[in-house]
Ligand binder design. Structure first.
Ligand SMILES: [Zn+2]
Length: 455
């Protein structure tokens, strides 16, 4: 009988050709360095302390641009520059809400992006409350005339964040659906998994009516009032402004490739944020993770291909993906792969890699680096890499999708609690280690994610 000999990592390595061995050793070294490296933490600490909240169209976004340029230069990136574009920017003004009757109480709200202002002095109207979004959609046109529609559907906690798309629709589209049915205002339970009295904002529909998110306890308060069977009346007073062509910027830095500088790996996060917090989680951490990953991947010496970090300048209200794709359409065929970090600073529990290239030695080396990080390789190919690389994806650029543990993400997302203290440096470092190993492997090989998958 043959003895079973376990195939150790060392044995695997010994079975590889020399170049592949170098690559595997390089990936492992970058990974290990990342686990004790403080660059990502320093970057997000700097951004949240020195800039803070950065809504597109605000003066803070100009400071964020200058911060990004200075930070990339300070970290040794080359070709640091700013790519300008314009985009529509909605800005919050004063906002308040209260129950007028039968039991007067203040409500805690945050207007949704694209919300209309109320007339001066606000509006007072009875509410029509729906515990599910579908229940509101089932109302016939005109049936909500003169009412403030309220949707209080709850969001479940998930590791992959998938409940955001499913329940988030009440925020993304709800104001338009309410307006179509005659509503004069629209309130939702925050798209959130927390139980604090902090509301969570985010982009909504441009529907011509005021629209806001209630904190989760306030959404439940309205449910309790409605359950008593008496009409509930709410007063809403909201102001906001829109700049249809606000200046915006994608901030870029590179580590130029030594052999094939025109072959580019594009990675980044978005520099803009919503206004209530300091944008530490969404997406200061993404900017920090990718900046640190690029730096670590390039630290051992110039890579064969170019590594490019992009700090996209208008994700929350849209515009940066389109602007980036338009500016780089002639280069799209040379972009090897694109990746975005925009789902928080927590550990990466799985990676989705394009099928073509999966068996290239570079990807074998990358996959071999993952078990100590407790990161799995998903059998599913990437479907969505991030909103800022959608434009590149539409032009045929391969993308990767690395899945962070989003269990806590929607406790904090788009709320005043999106702050630095919520970041765990150890998980942040694990996240950087996964990205840095990947970027190193791609930048120091000829892996092609567009090639036909090997049989
Ligand atoms: Zn984001």
């Amino acid at each position: 009988m043959r003895r079973f000999i376990p195939l150790t990592a060392a044995a695997l390595l010994a079975a590889m050709p020399a170049a592949a061995q170098d690559l595997a050793a390089g990936v492992a070294a970058v990974r290990d360095k990342a686990l004790t490296d403080g660059t990502a933490w320093d970057v997000v600490e700097s951004l949240t302390t020195e800039v803070g909240a950065r809504p597109v169209g605000s003066p803070a976004m100009e400071r964020a641009r200058d911060w990004g340029v200075a930070k990339l230069k300070e970290l040794g990136f080359q070709n640091v520059h700013v790519e300008s574009f314009t985009t529509r920017a909605w800005s919050r003004g004063a906002e308040s809400a209260e129950v007028v009757g039968p039991w007067p109480q203040k409500l805690v709200i945050l207007g949704l992006g694209n919300s209309a202002s109320t007339p001066p002095g606000g509006i007072t109207a009875p509410i029509a409350l729906f515990k599910s979004y579908q229940e509101m959609l089932d109302q016939p046109p005109g049936s909500l005339k003169g009412k403030i529609a309220v949707v209080t559907q709850r969001m479940g906690r998930t590791q992959d964040g998938s409940s955001y798309g499913a329940v988030g629709i009440q925020r993304f589209m709800g104001a338009a659906e309410a307006a179509r049915r005659g509503a004069v205002g629209y309130l939702i339970r925050s798209i959130s998994t927390d139980d604090t009295r902090l509301p969570h904002t985010g982009g909504g529909a441009d529907a011509g009516i005021p629209a806001a998110a209630l904190s989760t306890p306030d959404a439940e308060l309205l449910e309790h009032m409605v359950a008593r069977g008496k009409p509930v009346t709410v007063h809403l007073d909201m102001t906001s402004s829109v700049n249809p062509a606000a200046p915006a910027w994608n901030v870029v830095g590179e580590i130029p490739g030594r052999e094939k500088p025109d072959e580019v790996i594009v990675i980044g996060g978005h520099l803009d944020s919503w206004d209530p917090g300091t944008g530490a989680i969404d997406d200061g951490s993404g900017v920090a993770i990718m900046t640190a990953a690029a730096k670590l991947a390039g630290q051992a010496g110039p890579p064969r291909r170019t590594i490019r970090v992009v700090m996209w300048g208008s994700e929350e209200q849209g515009g940066s993906s389109r602007a980036y794709a338009a500016a780089h359409k002639d280069e799209a065929g040379k972009i090897v792969v694109a990746g975005e970090s925009d789902s928080g600073p927590w550990r990466i529990w799985s990676v989705s890699l394009p099928k073509p290239g999966a068996n290239h030695p570079a990807m074998k080396a990358f996959r071999a680096s993952l078990p100590p990080l407790e990161t799995a390789v998903s059998p599913a190919p990437p479907r969505f890499g991030g909103s800022d690389i959608e434009g590149l994806m539409a032009m045929g650029v391969p993308v990767v999708d690395f899945n962070t543990d989003a269990s806590r993400y929607f406790d904090l997302h788009h709320s005043a609690d999106d702050t630095l203290d919520k970041i765990d440096p150890a998980q942040l470092a694990q996240n950087v280690a996964v990205w840095a190993g990947f970027v190193y492997a791609v930048a120091n090989s000829d892996v092609d994610f567009r090639a036909a998958a090997p049989k």
